[in-house]
Structure formats: C-alpha cells, structure tokens
Ligand binder design. Sequence first.
Ligand SMILES: NC(=O)c1ccc[n+]([C@@H]2O[C@H](COP(=O)([O-])OP(=O)(O)OC[C@H]3O[C@@H](n4cnc5c(N)ncnc54)[C@H](OP(=O)(O)O)[C@@H]3O)[C@@H](O)[C@H]2O)c1
Length: 319
Amino acid sequence: MEGNAGNQSEVAVVTGGNRGIGLEICRQLASNGVTVVLTARDDKRGAEAVSILGSLGLSNVVFHQLDISNPSSAVLLADFVKEKFGKLDILLCITGVCRFCAQANNAAIAGTTRSEVDNPETFRQEIAGMDLMERIGRIRKHIREPYKQAEECLRTNYHGTKAVTKALLPLLHSSSHGRIVNISSRYGLLRFFSGEELKQELNDIDKLSEQRLDELSELFLRDFKDGQLERRGWPTEGGFIAYKVSKAIMNACSRILAKEHPSLCMNCVHPGFVQTDMSFQVGDLTVEEGARGALMMALAPKGGMTGGFLNLTEVAPFM
Ligand SMILES: NC(=O)c1ccc[n+]([C@@H]2O[C@H](COP(=O)([O-])OP(=O)(O)OC[C@H]3O[C@@H](n4cnc5c(N)ncnc54)[C@H](OP(=O)(O)O)[C@@H]3O)[C@@H](O)[C@H]2O)c1
C-alpha cells in the first residue's frame, strides 16, 4: 500500500486517527498522496499525531477535533471539510471504544472494563508469552460489563459512527467516487447472537430501518440493565456483550445506508486481533497488517463492492 498511487486530489477523513489502527491508516493514506483530515477527540493527542506524521515527511495531514459521541462535533467537522475542500472522497470510521485499554483516560468508555487489570503494562507482560487462545481467554477472564460502559459503547460505536457518517454524507456525494469504510469486528457477526429471530431480523436489510436499529439499541440496554439478555436473543456467551451488539447494529446500519446510497461504496472491515492499546498490544497482527483490509476498501477503484464485510482482506458474510 506504500507509494504514490496518484490520489493527490483525494480527501479522506479518519476518525480515531491519533493512535492504533487509525494512526496507521492516516500514515498509509498520506503516503499514497491522499490529503488526510486526521481527527481525534483530544486536541493535544491529535496535534501530536499530526506532528509524528509530519516528522515522517507527510505534510498532507491536517487535524480537526471530533468526539464521535457528540453529534454537534460531527457537524463542525463537516463544516470544516466543506469549507476547506468542498467534498470528501473517503470516510474511515475507525473509532471504537475499547473493551480493554492500557490508558487510564480510556478505561471508562469500554463496553467492558478492567477490574484486576490495574497496571496494563504488567498485565501485558504477563500474557505476552501465552499462545493466542490463552491470551484471549485471560483477557476475557479479567473483564466486567457495567451498564454505564455498555451504554457508552452503544453511544460511541453505533450512534457516534452513524452521526458522523450522516453529517458527512452530502460531502461524499460531492465526490465522483465516495467511499465509507467502517472498522467493525468479527465480534459483530450475527453468529454470536443467541436468538434465531433476532439474528434474522438484523440480517434482513430489506425490512430493517434506522429507526428499528435505534429501538433495538434501546431494547438491548434495557435488557442488559434488567439481566434479561437471553429472552430476546442477545449474545450471552463469551463476554464483550455490549461491544458485540454495538458492532452488529453498526454493521446493519452500514448495510442499510449502502442500499440507500448506491452511488457510494460503503463497507465494514474486521481488522484482526491487532497490537494496539485495545488488545494490550498482544494481538497477533501489527497495525500495518490490521490496516490492510480498510485500506484495500478505501483505495478501491470505482464500481467495487458495497454493503459488504471483509474479514481482514477476504469478503465474508455478516452472519
Ligand atoms: N485491536 C484489535 O484487536 C481490534 C479487533 C477488532 C476490531 N477492532 C476495532 O478497530 C478499531 C480501532 O481500534 P484500535 O485497536 O486501533 O484501538 P485503540 O488503539 O484503542 O484506538 C481507539 C481510537 O478510538 C478513539 N476514540 C475512542 N472514543 C472516541 C470518541 N468518543 N471520539 C473520538 N475518538 C474516540 C481513541 O482516541 P483516544 O486516544 O482519545 O482515546 C483512539 O484513537 C475499533 O473500532 C475497534 O473496535 C480492533
């Protein structure tokens, strides 16, 4: 993905661009000649990320603040892009709240949260030598899922992604080849839901509506609070419950919007288990490897897949 692919006039917005997979995507897009609007919720962290890329010789990256969980922030971003570029070619929604995070300021927004993991670095060292399944099992053992964090997970991963997408849709239509890439997760696949009926409903894109997805998001939170996950068929096994639901609803929303906007290409991508703060840096893929699928979709020529899902770089079902 390195090198200049002749995309000088293309403009991309990357959410959650200040670290992890988002920062790597900004680096590679800028290396390909795309003008990148790197967004982050924190001005200082965003400016630092732009300066890291600048020190690599990438001067085609600008910063704009975006807190994806605040809808007015998305509107301000859209105003900025409209004024500066008049269009948007690529939107990469990378932001996802962490199930685990090594940084104290992020611990509070996980769909799951650390309990015994008070020192993420010690924990990371402890599990780094284990095999992949052991690492995942150990991380899972250390999580709790309080309601407040579940709510924040839905607000950020689903409602936030939707709000920024909707705010930028008109600008994507001003491009001759508008693309949206949502970083999802295999945890958002419908196979993790315990009820067949709910699984089918979330897979029936012709019948589903955004309004119904909003309702489902509320129903999930109510069932979560009441300890009634099984009754309606939400995921019940294996932890990361709110994270799974938030990504599944986000996937369904992406499919609905792809259908409503056939002139755009809009796809979801599972990056793999990647070495970022979210995975305590113990994933089995580097950020460069984790960014591959998203970049493939972001830089795909006109007329490619829309409404689809990539597992790393392979097309896969949402089920
Ligand atoms: N790493 C994995 O193994 C893995 C696996 C499957 C899917 N994913 C998905 O990949 C995406 C990127 O994750 P990552 O691994 O790169 O995680 P990460 O290193 O923890 O980065 C998360 C990014 O999201 C930002 N963020 C969180 N809440 C935000 C908000 N309200 N507004 C704006 N930005 C916000 C963070 O900013 P701050 O620095 O301000 O916190 C950070 O830039 C996520 O969607 C995640 O669900 C990751």
